[in-house]
Design a protein around this ligand. Structure first.
Ligand code: AGP
Length: 610
């Protein structure tokens, strides 16, 4: 989704801005632009990739020591050049913006009456004219103008602002959308995501809700929402510049699928050292929280929601604790009955997903104070706003389709299940030690599943010309079927639906014919015999089955039944193993179709708007 980079330096900032935008590309965007202050404001914008913007800046010899840049993912107004950021008011002031301004129509009407002419359909353009208006009524003080303007905005914003009259001054502000300051030596930066700044600095200040900052070459002054000067701590980011490189892989998604043994080993590292788990894995006061909780509510979106859905089976069956997994964007707007003793878990790869953050805040407003975030980005807003935290160690996930973040979330949720089971007297020491041993063996088992890639690739060739696919699973593998269908549709654009296999005869069986591939997850669990009957129902209607079966499921290939065999059943960790071939299937189907695997159309990596 939209990305911001800004810089004030004694060197030309254009290469810094362009490299920053390139590093934000994975978030998804459809146009890009920048402004540098060099005498006047020099603006360059283009539709499509940052590479086109780079060509345009070198053709126009764009150069300057102060600048702001942006990648735009269209919300208000089509992805056209005139809607691309930065937006400029009367050649004086330029603004880049992430977020959505909800009162933009009222502001637009007022600014029109003041004589401002609008050249785009964006909500952002009201911000730049509003700042311009205040700038000329605040003795040309850019900081004061931004403070006055943001006080009038309703909605979410992270903004970077420059003025042609202030060639060494970068002003920024945030509320509801992330923004951070990067500290350099006699140069400073802003960005919406730390990854944009890693080539120039790892020293970061995270702005808080309502902050406005005035940034020069040597100084950074931050003011809170009331206008009072405040100090915000600086951190050294744990991320490094090299972690997000493609290496020898063709796509980030492929790299990330193959990184899963390493990602799981790193995530589980501190947990599997001994034979007993410590609650402190989830935060210093986790033991106290776990002792009080009597229910679990999991809030998340997309793939993270699927991880939460698997966990709801684990938590109820192994820990005996009532659990509900809910889509964050639904929870935040429905009337729910709060239980102050529930543990509210938010799951997110990015920790920036607007709906998940809003759901957490909604839960807090209902009186929930036992909050835990399981997240892949250590410095994210979600982590900072939760009482307990568990950081998955998947490393940066660049491909829009989430893979290693999902399996590491599952590993974290399984640890949590064991800890809550122990707390509730449902886990004896021997069983705990056995589960920990299975977790130690998990990375190796994932590597064995990855070795099936050539077989999966052959199946994918048959999917490339299909319009639709059905995914089936039962019990805790039903969310794995949902995840398989989501992966296939988001990167190959093949329409896919997932059902619990027992539900087939209640409707979806009507869709089954020889042209509908039916992908099935078939673990050797207590539901296997029921699942086998469901598969018969498909075969009887001429449906073609593609079954990922545990070796001890004893499902063999026959006419219309294709089988890829995994190792023997892995008990409760089975969903983690069964998700790997589904990731590979969608990756190879997308390759066959020639889609943009890492940046599928219309999608963004971090969904930072509602
Ligand atoms: C997964 O492949 C997605 N692209 C998407 O569903 C994603 O999982 C969702 O947007 C939630 O993101 P988060 O984990 O960063 O909060």
């Amino acid at each position: 989704m939209c990305g911001i980079v800004g810089a004030v330096a004694q060197r030309n900032v254009v290469p810094i801005l362009l490299e920053g935008l390139r590093r934000l590309e994975y978030r998804g965007y459809d146009s890009a632009g920048l402004v540098v202050v060099n005498g006047g404001l020099q603006r360059v914008r283009s539709i499509g990739r940052v590479a086109s913007l780079t060509e345009a800046t070198s053709a126009q010899k764009t150069h300057g020591h102060l600048g702001i840049a942006h990648t735009r993912w269209a919300t208000h107004g089509a992805p056209t050049e005139h809607n691309a950021h930065p937006h400029v008011s009367r050649d004086d002031i330029a603004v880049v913006h992430n977020g959505i301004i909800e009162n933009h129509e009222a502001l637009r009407a007022r600014l029109r009456e003041l004589g401002y002419v609008f050249t785009s359909e964006t909500d952002t353009e009201v911000i730049v004219h509003l700042i311009h208006h205040h700038f000329h009524h605040a003795e040309h003080d850019l900081l004061a103008a931004v403070q006055l303007a943001v006080a009038e905005l309703h909605g979410a914003y992270a903004i970077g602002v420059v003025a042609q009259d202030a060639p060494h001054r970068l002003v920024c502000a945030r509320r509801g959308s992330p923004l951070l300051i990067g500290l350099g030596i006699e140069e400073n930066f802003i960005a919406s995501d730390v990854s944009a700044l890693l080539p120039v600095t790892q020293k970061i200040i995270y702005l808080e809700e309502g902050d406005v900052a005035d940034i020069g070459l040597l100084t950074v002054q931050i003011y809170d929402a009331s206008g009072a000067r405040v100090e915000r701590a600086s951190h050294v980011s744990e991320q490094s510049s090299e972690m997000a490189e493609l290496g020898n892989y063709r796509h980030f998604m492929q790299k990330e699928i193959h990184e899963q043994p390493r990602a799981l080993a790193d995530t589980l590292h501190d947990a599997v050292i001994g034979d007993s788990l410590l609650p402190e894995l989830f935060g210093f006061d986790a033991a106290e929280v776990f002792a009080h909780v009597n229910a679990v509510t999991i809030l998340a979106c997309g793939t993270s929601f699927h991880a939460g859905s698997v966990a709801s089976y684990w938590l109820e069956s192994l820990a005996g604790i009532p659990c509900r997994a809910e889509i964050a964007s639904e929870y935040r707007y429905r009337d729910s009955v709060p239980n102050p003793n529930a543990l509210v878990i938010t799951l997110s790869q990015s920790g920036e997903t607007a709906d998940t953050l809003a759901a957490l805040n909604h839960a807090k407003s209902l009186g929930h104070h036992y909050t835990l975030s399981i997240c892949n980005v250590p410095e994210s807003a979600l982590v900072r706003q939760s009482r307990l935290r568990f950081l998955t160690r998947a490393g940066p996930e660049i491909g829009v389709a989430s893979t290693k973040a999902f399996t590491t979330q599952l590993a974290a949720l399984f640890l949590l299940t064991l800890l809550l089971a122990k707390q509730r007297g449902r886990l004896d020491a021997a069983t705990e030690a056995r589960h920990i041993q299975s977790l130690r063996e998990l990375p190796g088992k994932v590597a064995q599943v990855l070795a099936l890639e050539a077989e999966v690739e052959r199946w994918a060739e048959r999917f490339a010309n299909k319009q639709h696919a059905l995914f089936l699973g039962r019990g805790m593998h039903y969310p794995i079927a949902l995840e398989g269908a989501l992966k296939l549709k988001e990167i190959s654009y093949i329409h896919a639906e997932a059902y619990p296999a027992g539900e087939l005869k209640h409707g979806p069986l009507a869709l089954v014919d020889k042209d509908m591939p039916v992908v099935t997850v078939a673990p050797n669990d207590t539901l296997l015999e029921k699942l086998k009957s469901n598969l018969q129902e498909v075969r009887a209607r001429g449906g073609e089955l593609y079954v990922f079966a545990d070796a001890d499921s004893h499902i063999s290939a026959s006419e219309g039944v294709h089988v890829i065999q995994l190792a023997e059943h892995a008990g409760p960790l089975s969903p983690i193993l069964h998700t790997i071939p589904l990731q590979m299937l969608s990756y190879h189907a997308a390759l066959q179709k020639g889609t943009d695997v890492d940046k599928p159309r219309n999608l963004a990596k971090s969904v930072t708007v509602e």
